[in-house]
Write a protein that binds this ligand. Structure first.
Ligand code: R5P
Length: 290
């Protein structure tokens, strides 16, 4: 049974349709003091229950809901509980950058390990290499690279792929290889959540070219805004910006649209530019994990 939690109702329905399996909503309410109320609409007894909940927006509420749902399903006799969190929150906090800080990726992964399996898409892995280093349950990390590459192949087949920082090679190089183009990886220096410096390489013939910038996450948008502004000065024909997880914090989407570029994300998080559908790949992942 596929259960759609509050952030991922639409995606969960699509997954259930792909798998031709039972779908159920979760009843979620908030008490006047802000606490979460949760109730399963359909019996979970003896069923394999797949809880679909992406961890954006409102990551903290979304996490509580997911943990409540997983633990309640277990208490109510579910045979197996699989959490599908297409966007896994808190993974960027993978180090104590300053003394006294909370290394939240470890704490969150321990909490979510209350399920029998966790499936996610393109988790932000930097200082840790595998989810199994921090989770205490079975994990599966799917990648949207193939789905994104198919989109680019269909719509911008001659594009140069640009990765805005060193970590983005995982997406940029794989996607470039698939569409038989090449990837240019830039270097980023981050000063704060909202301040980054990126220098676009000048020794490349940008003029008249279609550029597709790819990254895993767009949050404030600054990581892509910096190179977009510079590339526009080099007379490129078109800039398309594609991410797996479109968080678009604050007014990021508005700022990006103002630059006159095309902006697209997958639907791991619901947003107005989520045009690349990941439901089929999640359904495939669930089939394989049987
Ligand atoms: C970090 O390295 C990620 O891959 C993204 O580049 C980053 O999270 C984007 O953040 P923002 O949109 O706030 O610059």
């Amino acid at each position: 049974m596929i259960v759609g939690c509050s952030n991922s109702q639409k995606l969960a329905r699509k997954i259930a349709k792909q798998l031709k399996t039972e779908f159920s909503e979760l009843i979620i309410k908030h008490f006047p003091d802000g606490e979460t109320y949760l109730r399963f609409k359909t019996s979970v007894k003896n069923k394999e229950v797949v809880l679909v909940q992406t961890l954006q927006p409102k990551p903290n509420d979304a996490l509580i809901e997911l943990i409540f749902a997983a633990k309640t399903a277990k208490e109510l006799g579910a045979k197996k509980i699989i959490l599908v969190a297409p966007y896994m929150a808190y993974l960027r906090q993978d180090k104590r950058f300053h003394s006294g800080e909370c290394v939240s990726n470890k704490i969150i992964s321990e909490l979510l390990s209350c399920a029998d399996q966790v499936i996610t898409i393109d988790p932000h892995l930097h200082r840790i290499k595998k989810l199994s280093e921090i989770f205490k349950t079975k994990t599966t990390a799917l990648s949207a690279n193939k789905t994104i590459a198919e989109y680019i192949q269909k719509n911008h087949s001659k594009a140069i792929i640009v990765g805005p920082d060193e970590e983005s090679y995982q997406w940029a190089e794989t996607i470039a290889e698939q569409i038989k183009s090449h990837a240019v990886i830039l270097r980023k220096k981050r000063y704060s959540s909202r301040t980054v410096r990126i220098k676009v390489k000048q020794n490349i013939e940008w003029k008249g070219k279609t550029i597709v910038i790819v990254d895993d996450i767009i949050s404030t948008g600054h990581t892509v805004i910096e190179p977009i502004k510079q590339l526009q000065k080099y007379g490129v024909k078109k800039i398309v910006c594609i991410c797996v997880h479109g968080l678009f914090a604050e007014d990021a989407l508005l700022q990006l649209k103002k630059l006159g570029i095309e902006i697209i994300s997958t639907n791991t998080i619901q947003n107005p530019v989520a045009k690349i559908d990941v439901s089929r790949m999640i359904a495939e992942g669930l089939r394989k994990s049987k």
